[in-house]
Design a protein around this ligand. Structure first.
Ligand code: ADP
Ligand code: MG
Length: 256
């Protein structure tokens, strides 16, 4: 058998997939650069480690269930006046995940709440944390059906094992008593183990309204805000300010 083919098969048997796929390249490079045996082995090992790291990252991001990618590097702080450069840096450092702190981003539509949440979620995936994204609506649906639906159960299991849970769009739709209770139970369960980021268009005073129960709203907020930073993002909608037009002549106008 061809020697290279045999080596590739052996690499696969040892689960050295990067070495299997790049064998010729690795050998060619070593010959060209006349590197030492030690450096050759080093190249093989470091290639393998990077390959595994990259694969694990892709898996973590996929399992997090983000609706779309958003990155912190694309977040324009000059547009968002509610967060200082220092605060943004502290948020990006992610030490709050180790301290199991929660974050609540509140404000009107289009100010960047979801962008920030997903951006932090991506960064957390890169740093090796287990992250889950859900909208409040989908979370409530999963909580209600986890006993009878395999997919809901799988999603809830993942959420319960996460280091960081993003709950997007809290307060957009009202929640009934049973759903509110299930939500409270989940928040209580996660309290000592998982950081939660909530994005909401509601102020704390309005939580009673969408939860329909003042005692429950107080209990949930009590749990959530024990170790928590609340960031109120005000200002104009980024979407409206940066409206993109498809038509070259400046797009559709209101003129008839
Ligand atoms: P919200 O969740 O507050 O309604 P989003 O996070 O969905 O708003 O933001 C709406 C759009 O505007 C997204 O495409 C987002 O990437 C963009 N956006 C909002 N704020 C900023 C910002 N400060 N810098 C860059 N893009 C932003
Ligand atoms: Mg949003």
């Amino acid at each position: 058998m061809d020697r290279l083919k045999e080596l590739r098969e052996q690499a696969a048997m040892l689960s050295l997939y990067n070495t299997r796929d790049k064998l010729e390249e690795l050998i060619h490079q070593a010959e060209q650069e006349e590197i030492s045996y030690t450096s050759f082995i080093e190249n093989i090992f470091s290639g393998e480690i990077k390959h595994r790291h990259d694969k694990a990252l892709v898996k973590r991001i996929k399992e997090a269930g983000f609706p779309y990618p958003k990155y912190l590097k694309d977040f324009d702080l000059t547009f968002c006046k509610s967060i200082s450069t220092k605060q943004f840096r502290q948020l990006s450092e992610l030490t709050w995940i180790d301290g199991i702190y929660n974050l609540i981003f509140s404000g009107p539509p289009g100010v960047g709440k979801t962008h920030l949440a997903i951006g932090l979620g991506y960064k957390a995936c890169e740093e090796g944390y287990k992250v889950s994204y859900t909208t409040m609506q989908s979370l409530v649906q999963c909580l209600r059906t986890e006993e009878i639906d395999r997919r809901s159960r799988a999603k809830m299991n993942r959420i319960r094992k996460s280091n960081l849970l993003l709950i997007d769009e809290v307060g957009y739709l009202p929640v009934n008593q049973t759903e509110g209770n299930l939500f409270f139970q989940l928040i209580s369960e996660l309290q000592e183990q998982t950081s939660i980021i909530i994005t909401t268009n509601k102020g704390f005073e309005e939580w009673t309204e969408f939860l329909g129960d003042p005692a429950l709203a107080t209990a949930i907020l009590d749990r959530l805000s024990y170790r928590c930073d609340r960031i109120k993002i005000s200002g104009k909608s980024y979407r409206l300010e940066n409206r993109k037009s498809f038509l070259s002549e400046g797009g559709i106008t209101d003129e008839v």
